[in-house]
Write a protein that binds this ligand. Structure first.
Ligand SMILES: [Zn+2]
Length: 171
């Protein structure tokens, strides 16, 4: 199973949607070293990332898309000889996508369906998993959180400025 943070990195670095929102369309396609050998092919990374981005953006929640991807990859559970649950994929499966799907399935199983999200900042569609106790995360990163705070402050300030301007015009 892949680390869920590495799966999030895969989606944010390699999906067409995230790259377009960040203005990175023209840049060379990246690999994801955190995924080891599975993450070393830019085209394989893009395909998996595009499929996985839909898990986070589906307005029905992550369950239907994850079940579709379980079916598409052919990943299924088995019991190992020690009696523990293991996941197996067909020999011809995309092992990157299969491993990422299992990782997200396990995350949702452990944390519920409401903790996979898309960044709330303007011009960012990066995704995140919310591991916070309160489950109130709205942004992909500190950078986007701060960017949004500044944008809200500017818009409040300009609204207040316009209100003052109208007041002065009436006098
Ligand atoms: Zn963001």
């Amino acid at each position: 199973m892949l680390a869920v943070d590495a799966v999030v990195e895969l989606v944010n670095e390699c999906s067409d949607a995230a790259r377009a929102a960040a203005g990175e369309d023209g840049l060379p396609r990246p690999t994801v070293p955190a995924l080891g050998a599975l993450g070393d092919d830019p085209e394989r990374c893009r395909r998996a990332a595009d499929s996985l981005h839909g898990v986070f953006t589906d307005e029905r929640g992550p369950v239907p898309a994850l079940n579709d991807l379980l079916a598409a990859t052919g990943v299924r559970p088995r019991l190992g000889t020690d009696g523990r649950l293991v996941w197996v994929a067909p020999a011809d499966a995309d092992m990157l996508l299969a491993g990422a799907v299992v990782s997200l399935v396990a995350w949702v199983d452990a944390h519920g369906t409401g903790r996979l999200g898309v960044c709330g900042a303007e011009r960012c569609v990066d995704v995140f998993v919310d591991g916070s106790r309160a489950a109130t995360r709205r942004y992909c990163s500190e950078t986007c959180l701060n960017r949004s705070r500044v944008a809200r402050w500017r818009s409040r300030r300009s609204a207040a400025g316009r209100a003052r301007g109208r007041g002065a015009a009436r006098q």
